[in-house]
Design a protein around this ligand. Structure first.
Ligand SMILES: *Cc1c(COP(=O)(O)O)cnc(C)c1O
Ligand code: SF4
Length: 327
């Protein structure tokens, strides 16, 4: 695939763009300089998907897009870390739903993502169809229905916005019909990884479910392209507050200038920095880990020099299900 062809592709409807994702080493080696055997080996453990939009952002080996998207041999050669560092499985009253904090639940409604990020903390799950089923979604909804202390439902995955508009509408309607559910949140990376998904039809549907909040996920200022800006502006224009959860990643954004630029660019597209997460100790992601000291330096710099609007909460999710701790 040539760059010109890639550019054309990403003007198509999102389903078609996604369809043309690179999912194996052979295809990837036709566009990028990669070690085909290594990529193949890693992708057989942890699925790869790089859609043409995100692929087109990659310039060269080791740039922030490349590191987030292209499988790296350290994912399988370094076995440090845990499969489920946050103990999500042990706090699941029904499969796919985590009830860790009294008033809110994390509800997985999709196992697919527009791209499989190499640092993902649900590496053990994403891209595996058995993770979320019709049954698990039905059981999740009925758990929420019979648990009145749940007032905040956070839809996650995988990426909930990879569901069709119709499927998403069904889930949101069910949740909306539960009297004690006061707010619904959607965690999604598509404004960054496949902004074409944020269509006028989608936002029109979503605006029927207020109060609805969206938290998206940008890690580098260069991810804020014209397409990504348009996607975020469409959401804001529909009255949806949009926040950003960034992950601190070695070689991608563990740098004060990069982080300042990211936070300022987010505000310029009306996205409010929400969390900066210390990378979790997930097996297969050790090449992204940074010392906590680095994160503290970055946050202190932001807090000292910029408006509070620019400063996310710097949080660590404690291993073993201890929960989020803000530093
Ligand atoms: C992060 C998280 C939430 C949401 O936490 P907020 O701090 O309210 O954004 C809810 N449930 C689980 C299991 C989580 O990990
Ligand atoms: S979009 Fe989110 S859930 Fe999906 S692979 Fe990336 S970090 Fe993981």
């Amino acid at each position: 695939m040539s760059r010109a062809l890639l550019k054309q592709i990403y003007r198509q409807p999102w389903e078609e763009i996604l369809e043309q994702s690179v999912t194996n080493a052979r295809e990837l080696s036709l566009v990028l300089d990669v070690n085909e055997a290594e990529v193949q080996e890693v992708a057989s453990h942890y699925p790869m998907r790089i859609n043409p939009y995100y692929l087109n952002l990659i310039r060269q080996k080791g740039d922030p897009f490349y590191s987030q998207a292209v499988p790296c041999i350290q994912e399988i050669s370094d076995r440090r870390g845990y499969e489920d560092p946050l103990g999500e499985e042990s706090l699941s009253p029904v499969p796919g739903l985590t009830h860790k904090y009294p008033d809110r639940v994390l509800f997985l409604v999709s196992c697919r993502c527009a791209m499989y990020c190499r640092f993902c903390n649900r590496k053990r799950k994403v891209g595996r169809a058995s993770m979320v089923t019709r049954v698990s979604i039905r059981e999740g909804i009925s758990y929420i229905r019979k648990t009145p202390r749940v007032r905040d439902v956070l839809l996650s995955g995988g990426d909930p916005l990879l569901l069709s508009d119709r499927k998403l509408f069904e889930i949101l309607s069910e949740l909306k019909s539960i009297p004690h559910v006061e707010i619904i949140r959607i965690g999604t990376r598509v404004p960054c990884t496949l902004p074409q998904r944020i269509t006028p039809e989608l936002v029109n549907m979503l605006r029927g479910f207020h109060p609805l909040y969206i938290n998206t996920h940008f890690n580098h200022p260069d991810e804020i392209t014209a397409e990504a800006s348009l996607a975020c502006e469409r959401l804001s224009d529909a009255g949806i507050p949009v926040g950003c959860q960034t992950v601190l990643l070695k070689g991608v954004n563990d740098d004060t200038d990069v982080m300042v630029s990211l936070m300022r660019k987010l505000l310029s597209i009306r996205v409010r920095p929400y969390y900066l997460f210390q990378a979790d100790l997930v097996r297969g992601t050790s090449h992204f880990w940074t010392p906590v000291k680095r994160g503290l330096q970055i946050i202190t710099y932001l807090r000292t020099n910029f408006s509070g609007l620019c400063v996310p909460h710097y949080a660590i999710d404690l291993p073993g299900g201890g929960g989020k701790v803000v530093l």
